[in-house]
Write a protein that binds this ligand. Structure first.
Ligand SMILES: O=C(O)[C@H](O)COP(=O)(O)O
Ligand SMILES: [Mn+2]
Ligand SMILES: [Mn+2]
Length: 552
């Protein structure tokens, strides 16, 4: 347990609460075309930026603990950095180095998984996101594990490939599948039997999060475990067939496929098999993990039969509840988060978002810890998300989130409120430009509503983001920077996050010159923790990254 924060003797904070608004996926675009943040009519945001202290914060690459500055930011590393005020080496980096040093393979878990199938004669299964997005997984990690499994004497392995199109190009699945099949062929040249067995789009099967739609996990369970789904000879054929039958479908939504020979699925999961979920990020891995690990009291769907397998995750997805029971790489030891300090200091907190981002402002924000630090001081509120394609409801629940906060601000119940508006990110991932514009404008209306309430209560509002997305909605040619176009001349949509910096605006209507109007430049989003702590009238822990405020 951390100690209470030291009070700032010179400044006790404002009368009203500090409200931290995380505009998920809202950055400063680099290109004039495809920047839906700039293109949307956002009067409130523009007004804040014009009239209140504003700076840009880094939200990608090494600034958030990713291996390189080629890595786009994401919600996990972004909210971790905002919530813990420092930068930790993140999953992507830790897994890669564990593979480079060989630490993963000398660990007990790997040995147990391999030893199990060698003893039973069963298969080793690898389920996970099949791309090099480096947000939830990396295909190179999978390949390294397959090479090692073969070296260690595993005869038969099955890959269950969740097609991406969300962290990578929206129709790039074959760019991963085809070379991988060729690579597998070589790996199998001397008689081993490693094959893709099943899969489907990541937003159709398996990778649900935050209990938003368990039917996705049920579909994935049936496909991976029982081989129940449409049968194909290989993954390439499956992808091409679905694309032909459902014109315009993008990879994340592709339907399921089961690879079969003589009408029989080649990779069902049976007693005595070993299973690795090779995603290192937890939010979308927790539900399938629960399906494998929970006993008879599992009530999310009828599992029909639970195979007795050795199951491991790439990482420990929840360090407090120890989920999964076995894992291959130890996650970053994120400690002394802002939430823990604030609870120790008696700060009354509200954290709120809708389902799709609820875990972001709680679990990710608290360093991948489920649950609260202090039941009495903290309220966590989830507004239920719609279960439908977000381009159909691009406003999402930003108004409902705001409604709740508008009651919370004047209630006097909270010193600190953090909220996440998912619009820029969740609608950004659809790749549908008109919908993203609408999502941004809907969010802007809410910023205006919050502004009034914060001013009336004498509070402060800090607006920022965890990474970009809506600011970069078209693919661009690497060299020329020109918009990439489809055959019909229309822009190629970009569904993934951007590498762009994000805004940081301090709206402080009771400002009397206590700090300079010019905020610090060149910082990362990890500086938001110290910023909020200082605005609450405390001194930030010494090793936290500095706040954006230049105190007088
Ligand atoms: O899981 C997702 O939806 C994407 O891979 C990343 O988006 P997020 O990091 O914003 O959640
Ligand atoms: Mn995000
Ligand atoms: Mn996202």
């Amino acid at each position: 347990m951390v100690k209470a924060l030291e009070k700032n003797s010179k400044w006790q904070g404002r009368k009203g609460p500090v409200v931290l608004v995380i505009m998920d996926g809202v950055g400063y675009g680099k290109y004039s075309e495809g920047d839906a943040v700039a293109d949307a009519h956002m009067e409130a945001l523009a007004d804040f930026q014009k009239n209140w202290p504003t700076t840009r914060l880094k939200a990608h690459g090494t600034a958030v603990g990713l291996p390189s500055d080629e890595d786009m930011g994401n919600s996990e590393v972004g909210h971790n950095a905002i919530g813990c005020g420092r930068v930790f080496s993140q999953g992507a980096k830790l897994v890669s180095s564990s593979l480079e040093t060989g630490a993963m393979f000398s660990g007990d878990t790997w040995k147990k998984l391999v030893g199990n199938v060698k003893k039973t004669g069963g298969k080793m299964h690898f389920i996970g996101l099949f791309s090099d997005g480096n947000v939830h997984s990396h295909i190179d990690h999978l390949k390294a594990m397959l090479v090692q499994a073969k070296k260690d004497g595993v005869k038969s392995a099955r890959i269950h490939a969740l097609l991406d199109g969300r962290d990578v190009g929206e129709t790039s699945a074959l760019d991963y599948i085809d070379p991988f099949e060729a690579w597998l062929k070589e790996l199998n040249a001397d008689g081993s039997d490693f094959r893709i067995a099943s899969g489907g789009g990541r937003m159709f099967i398996t990778m649900d999060r935050y209990n938003a739609d368990w039917s996705m996990v049920e579909r994935g369970w049936n496909v991976h475990v029982f081989g129940k789904g449409r049968l194909f000879a290989n993954a390439h054929e499956a992808i091409e067939t679905w694309r032909k039958e459902i014109p315009g479908i993008i990879d994340q939504d592709l339907k399921e496929f089961v690879i079969a020979e003589n009408g029989k699925p080649i990779g069902t999961i049976e007693d005595g098999d070993s299973v690795v979920y090779f995603n290192f990020r937890g939010d979308r891995a927790l539900e399938l993990t629960a399906a494998f690990e929970t006993g008879a009291d599992f009530d999310k769907f009828d599992r029909v039969r639970v195979p007795a397998v050795e199951y491991a995750g790439m990482m420990e997805y929840d360090g407090d509840l120890h989920i999964p029971a076995q894992y291959l790489v130890t996650p970053p030891a994120i400690d002394r988060t802002m939430g823990e300090y604030l609870a120790a200091s008696g700060v009354r907190t509200l954290a709120i978002s809708e389902t799709q981002k609820y875990g972001h402002v709680t679990y990710f924000f608290n360093g991948n810890k489920l649950g609260k630090f202090d039941e009495k001081l903290e309220d966590y509120v989830e507004i239920k998300s719609d279960v439908l394609p977000f381009e159909q409801r691009p406003w999402m629940k930003c108004a409902e989130i705001t409604d709740y906060v508008l009651e919370a601000i004047p209630s006097g119940k909270y010193d600190y409120i953090r909220l996440n508006f998912p619009n820029g990110d969740m609608v950004g991932h659809t790749g549908i430009y008109e919908a993203v514009l609408c999502s941004m404008e809907a969010m802007d209306l809410q910023l205006a509503r919050l502004k009034k309430a914060v001013a009336a209560a004498g509070g402060v509002m800090v607006m920022s983001a965890d990474h970009g997305n809506a600011d970069d909605m078209f693919e661009h040619e690497k060299k020329s920077g020109a918009v990439s176009r489809k055959e019909d001349g229309s822009p190629k949509a970009k569904t993934s996050h951007s590498l762009n910096p994000v805004p940081c605006i301090v709206y402080d209507p009771a400002f009397k010159g206590e700090y300079k109007k010019e905020l610090k430049e060149g910082l990362g989003i990890s500086s938001l923790a110290a910023t909020c702590i200082e605005l609450l009238g405390y001194k930030a822990p010494e090793d936290y990254d500095v706040s954006v405020l230049n105190w007088n």
